[in-house]
Design a protein around this ligand. Structure first.
Ligand SMILES: Nc1ncnc2c1ncn2[C@@H]1O[C@H](COP(=O)(O)OP(=O)(O)O)[C@@H](O)[C@H]1O
Ligand SMILES: O=C(O)C(=O)C[C@H](O)[C@H](O)COP(=O)(O)O
Length: 338
């Protein structure tokens, strides 16, 4: 069991029922989420000691979010409570030719209005093996960009490994015209492991990757990332091919500075239930494989299977066990397990 600290915004997802348009009927389903918390919930189900560091408002919405994390075995004692509002996002799930859509309603949330000085990383990182961060937090505003950097630098300074998920959100950066490449470069420089593909590396280092094969683009991007960021050891990413809104193929790669190149065979996912959080479930699967000392091929197969399972589960979280994921990597069986 490892000890993992996840820093980021807790969100509530408000979603239209089934495949309805947003507010087509006067109902919304509510789920707790947020990129880094999603990773934390997965890792707690995989047996790790996880604590989430964040800020939520002192109101019933903040209580709900914390209750959901606790229900999934995540330690919430390091979550600050403050004035302000809960970050929300509204999800309309697509169907047929209509794509899914996310509308954020998170400006001036209690988390977005916190700052670097609110988090005592000496205490928060004591005994931690990994700190997990994502590109969502620095995209919120200048203070959160600094707070995320402070967390990453504190972990580096204390010998805590840093896992950083690119999670590029152009609409958040555009709200304040933040210098995404400059800030993300500083975060990548602190990371041991990044979840990023050639598009993320294109944003961070500039330039485009035009190789015909997507995996060759990832290889080229990884080579540039290892050259630019001496601390970086691993880059992992999925390759998604949407055949339609509900039917995607998902493959995955794990590339190491030492020349390791592991690929998981592509999985066809037909009749996707909910893809939001699939990337976070993948990230948690990769982290789990690394923390358990799996071989690179097994790590990437485990991560991909975790991400695929998430596509079958409504809500942001992927509350599945190691055995659930192993059942998929090992047997390729889809009948009832009895
Ligand atoms: N517009 C974009 N520019 C650069 N990178 C992007 C953009 N959109 C997504 N990405 C990156 O591509 C990767 C895959 O994203 P996505 O397709 O949303 O997959 P998933 O849901 O599996 O995480 C992520 O690392 C994300 O940061
Ligand atoms: O956008 C944000 O700020 C969020 O945190 C909301 C989402 O829950 C995660 O981002 C899911 O991300 P994927 O796993 O890539 O689908």
């Amino acid at each position: 069991m490892s000890r993992v600290v996840c820093f980021g915004e807790l969100l509530l997802r408000m979603s239209a029922p089934g495949r309805e348009l947003l507010l087509q009927s006067a109902q919304l389903a509510v789920h707790a989420g947020g990129a880094e918390a999603n990773v934390g919930v997965s890792l707690a189900h995989l047996g790790h000691a996880v604590s989430v560091v964040s800020t939520v408002p002192c109101n019933p919405l903040g209580d709900f979010a914390l209750g959901e994390l606790r229900r999934h075995g995540v330690d919430t004692t390091a979550v600050r409570r403050s004035d302000g509002r809960m970050g929300l996002y509204f999800l309309t799930t697509g169907a047929v030719q209509r794509a899914s859509e996310v509308v954020y309603d998170r400006a001036d949330s209690a988390f977005a209005n916190s700052s670097a000085g609110d988090y005592d990383w000496d205490a928060l990182l004591a005994g931690a093996d990994w700190l997990h961060l994502s590109g969502v937090s620095p995209a919120l505003n200048p203070a959160m960009a600094q707070a995320t950097l402070a967390a990453a630098r504190a972990a580096c300074a204390r010998g805590v490994k840093v896992s950083f998920d690119g999670n590029f959100r152009p609409s958040l950066w555009a709200r304040w015209q933040g210098d995404a490449p400059g800030i993300l470069r500083e975060l990548f420089a602190c990371a041991d492991l990044v979840f990023a593909d050639y598009r993320d590396i294109g944003v961070v280092l500039g330039g485009e990757f035009e190789q015909a094969d997507v995996r060759e683009r990832v290889d080229a991007a990884a080579a540039q990332a290892f050259a630019a960021f001496p601390r970086l050891q691993w880059m992992a990413c999925t390759q998604r091919t949407p055949h339609s809104v509900d039917n995607h193929a998902l493959g995955a790669m794990l590339i190491g500075r030492d020349g390791t190149r592991a690929m998981a065979p592509t999985r066809e996912m037909l009749g996707i239930v909910d893809r939001i959080g699939g990337g976070d479930a993948f990230a948690a699967g990769i982290l789990h494989g690394m923390m358990r000392g799996f071989a690179p091929d097994a790590i990437v197969r485990f991560g991909l299977a975790a991400g695929c399972l998430k596509h079958s589960i409504p809500g942001d979280f992927n509350p599945v066990s190691e055995a659930d994921i192993m059942a998929l990597t090992g047997e390729e069986r889809f009948d009832v397990r009895r």
